[in-house]
Design a binder for this molecule. Structure first.
Ligand code: HEC
Length: 139
Protein backbone atom coordinates (compact mmCIF):
# COMPACT_ATOMS: atom_id res chain seq x y z
CA UNK A 1 0.00 0.00 0.00
CA UNK A 2 2.86 2.39 0.76
CA UNK A 3 4.05 1.82 -2.76
CA UNK A 4 1.12 3.88 -4.04
CA UNK A 5 1.39 6.73 -1.57
CA UNK A 6 3.91 8.81 -3.54
CA UNK A 7 1.80 8.46 -6.66
CA UNK A 8 -1.26 9.60 -4.79
CA UNK A 9 0.56 12.62 -3.40
CA UNK A 10 1.89 13.57 -6.81
CA UNK A 11 -1.53 13.38 -8.40
CA UNK A 12 -3.08 15.41 -5.59
CA UNK A 13 -0.44 18.02 -6.21
CA UNK A 14 -1.03 17.99 -9.97
CA UNK A 15 -4.77 18.55 -9.48
CA UNK A 16 -4.41 21.84 -7.66
CA UNK A 17 -1.98 24.07 -9.53
CA UNK A 18 -3.09 27.16 -7.63
CA UNK A 19 -1.82 25.92 -4.28
CA UNK A 20 1.03 27.63 -2.45
CA UNK A 21 4.46 26.69 -3.82
CA UNK A 22 5.64 25.75 -0.32
CA UNK A 23 3.00 23.06 0.04
CA UNK A 24 3.87 21.66 -3.39
CA UNK A 25 7.37 21.22 -2.02
CA UNK A 26 6.10 19.28 1.00
CA UNK A 27 5.40 16.44 -1.42
CA UNK A 28 9.10 16.13 -2.21
CA UNK A 29 10.31 14.67 1.06
CA UNK A 30 6.95 13.39 2.20
CA UNK A 31 7.58 14.69 5.70
CA UNK A 32 5.42 17.70 6.45
CA UNK A 33 6.02 21.40 6.07
CA UNK A 34 9.38 22.73 4.90
CA UNK A 35 11.58 24.82 7.18
CA UNK A 36 12.34 28.02 5.28
CA UNK A 37 15.03 29.29 7.63
CA UNK A 38 16.88 26.00 7.35
CA UNK A 39 16.47 26.30 3.57
CA UNK A 40 18.05 29.74 3.70
CA UNK A 41 21.07 28.38 5.54
CA UNK A 42 21.39 25.52 3.05
CA UNK A 43 21.24 28.07 0.21
CA UNK A 44 24.48 29.68 1.38
CA UNK A 45 26.36 26.91 -0.45
CA UNK A 46 24.51 27.89 -3.63
CA UNK A 47 25.17 31.58 -3.09
CA UNK A 48 28.90 30.95 -3.41
CA UNK A 49 28.14 30.65 -7.14
CA UNK A 50 24.61 32.02 -7.67
CA UNK A 51 22.87 35.30 -6.90
CA UNK A 52 19.17 34.87 -6.11
CA UNK A 53 17.58 38.33 -6.31
CA UNK A 54 16.07 39.97 -9.36
CA UNK A 55 18.50 41.94 -11.49
CA UNK A 56 21.67 40.63 -9.85
CA UNK A 57 24.54 39.47 -12.01
CA UNK A 58 25.96 36.05 -12.70
CA UNK A 59 28.81 34.65 -10.62
CA UNK A 60 30.39 31.29 -11.42
CA UNK A 61 26.80 30.16 -12.05
CA UNK A 62 23.81 32.06 -13.51
CA UNK A 63 21.51 34.33 -11.49
CA UNK A 64 18.58 32.16 -10.33
CA UNK A 65 15.79 34.72 -10.07
CA UNK A 66 12.76 33.36 -11.96
CA UNK A 67 14.34 29.95 -12.49
CA UNK A 68 11.18 27.99 -11.59
CA UNK A 69 9.14 27.19 -14.67
CA UNK A 70 12.02 28.15 -16.95
CA UNK A 71 13.72 25.79 -19.40
CA UNK A 72 17.30 24.94 -18.43
CA UNK A 73 20.11 27.09 -19.83
CA UNK A 74 17.75 29.84 -20.96
CA UNK A 75 19.14 32.82 -19.04
CA UNK A 76 20.38 34.81 -22.03
CA UNK A 77 23.70 36.12 -20.75
CA UNK A 78 25.32 33.01 -19.27
CA UNK A 79 27.73 30.60 -20.97
CA UNK A 80 26.13 27.24 -20.17
CA UNK A 81 27.53 23.80 -20.92
CA UNK A 82 26.32 22.00 -24.00
CA UNK A 83 24.92 19.30 -21.69
CA UNK A 84 22.59 21.72 -19.90
CA UNK A 85 21.61 23.43 -23.17
CA UNK A 86 20.71 20.10 -24.76
CA UNK A 87 18.83 18.81 -21.70
CA UNK A 88 15.81 21.16 -22.04
CA UNK A 89 14.76 20.46 -18.45
CA UNK A 90 11.88 22.56 -17.12
CA UNK A 91 12.89 23.64 -13.61
CA UNK A 92 9.98 22.41 -11.51
CA UNK A 93 10.53 21.70 -7.79
CA UNK A 94 10.69 17.99 -8.70
CA UNK A 95 13.36 18.55 -11.38
CA UNK A 96 15.38 20.70 -9.00
CA UNK A 97 15.07 17.98 -6.36
CA UNK A 98 16.71 15.49 -8.73
CA UNK A 99 19.36 17.96 -9.93
CA UNK A 100 20.39 18.95 -6.41
CA UNK A 101 20.56 15.38 -5.13
CA UNK A 102 23.55 14.71 -7.37
CA UNK A 103 24.05 17.11 -10.28
CA UNK A 104 26.78 15.05 -11.93
CA UNK A 105 24.76 11.84 -12.00
CA UNK A 106 21.55 13.59 -12.97
CA UNK A 107 23.15 15.30 -15.95
CA UNK A 108 26.61 14.06 -16.94
CA UNK A 109 28.77 16.73 -18.56
CA UNK A 110 27.25 19.74 -16.81
CA UNK A 111 29.50 22.45 -15.36
CA UNK A 112 28.06 22.81 -11.87
CA UNK A 113 30.76 21.75 -9.43
CA UNK A 114 28.49 20.91 -6.53
CA UNK A 115 28.46 17.43 -4.94
CA UNK A 116 24.77 17.52 -4.05
CA UNK A 117 22.57 17.45 -0.96
CA UNK A 118 21.85 13.82 -0.14
CA UNK A 119 19.09 14.47 2.41
CA UNK A 120 15.62 14.69 0.86
CA UNK A 121 14.43 16.84 3.77
CA UNK A 122 17.31 19.26 3.20
CA UNK A 123 16.40 19.52 -0.49
CA UNK A 124 12.76 20.12 0.42
CA UNK A 125 13.70 22.97 2.79
CA UNK A 126 16.13 24.47 0.28
CA UNK A 127 13.70 24.30 -2.65
CA UNK A 128 10.91 25.85 -0.56
CA UNK A 129 13.24 28.72 0.31
CA UNK A 130 14.32 29.12 -3.32
CA UNK A 131 10.70 29.22 -4.52
CA UNK A 132 10.03 31.97 -2.02
CA UNK A 133 13.23 33.88 -2.78
CA UNK A 134 13.42 33.64 -6.57
CA UNK A 135 9.87 34.57 -7.53
CA UNK A 136 8.12 31.20 -7.32
CA UNK A 137 6.99 29.94 -10.70
CA UNK A 138 9.01 32.50 -12.62
CA UNK A 139 6.28 35.14 -12.74
C1 HEC B 1 30.75 25.84 -7.55
C2 HEC B 1 29.71 26.69 -8.09
C3 HEC B 1 28.28 26.27 -7.94
C4 HEC B 1 27.60 25.91 -6.78
C5 HEC B 1 28.16 25.75 -5.38
C6 HEC B 1 26.22 25.72 -7.17
N1 HEC B 1 26.07 25.94 -8.51
FE1 HEC B 1 24.33 25.81 -9.56
N2 HEC B 1 25.34 26.13 -11.29
C7 HEC B 1 26.70 26.41 -11.38
C8 HEC B 1 27.07 26.47 -12.78
C9 HEC B 1 28.47 26.74 -13.34
C10 HEC B 1 25.89 26.22 -13.53
C11 HEC B 1 25.74 26.09 -15.03
C12 HEC B 1 25.95 24.60 -15.33
C13 HEC B 1 26.11 24.26 -16.79
O1 HEC B 1 26.13 25.16 -17.65
O2 HEC B 1 26.24 23.06 -17.07
C14 HEC B 1 24.81 26.03 -12.54
C15 HEC B 1 23.48 25.80 -12.87
C16 HEC B 1 22.45 25.74 -11.97
C17 HEC B 1 21.05 25.66 -12.31
C18 HEC B 1 20.48 25.67 -13.71
C19 HEC B 1 20.20 27.12 -14.11
C20 HEC B 1 19.61 27.31 -15.49
O3 HEC B 1 19.46 28.48 -15.88
O4 HEC B 1 19.30 26.33 -16.18
C21 HEC B 1 20.36 25.63 -11.15
C22 HEC B 1 18.86 25.56 -10.98
C23 HEC B 1 21.33 25.67 -10.08
N3 HEC B 1 22.57 25.73 -10.61
C24 HEC B 1 21.00 25.66 -8.74
C25 HEC B 1 21.95 25.56 -7.72
C26 HEC B 1 21.60 25.41 -6.33
C27 HEC B 1 20.18 25.44 -5.78
C28 HEC B 1 22.78 25.30 -5.64
C29 HEC B 1 22.97 25.06 -4.17
C30 HEC B 1 22.50 23.80 -3.64
C31 HEC B 1 23.85 25.40 -6.61
N4 HEC B 1 23.29 25.55 -7.85
C32 HEC B 1 25.22 25.36 -6.29
C33 HEC B 1 27.56 26.59 -10.34
C34 HEC B 1 27.29 26.28 -9.02
Amino acid sequence: MFRFLPLLLVSLCACSPSQEPESAVAVLANTGEPDLSRGEILSLACQACHTLDEGQGNLLGPNLYGVFGRVSASSGDFAYSNALRAAQIVWTPEALDQWLGNPREFLPGNNMAFAGYSSAADRRDLIAFLLHKTGGTGD
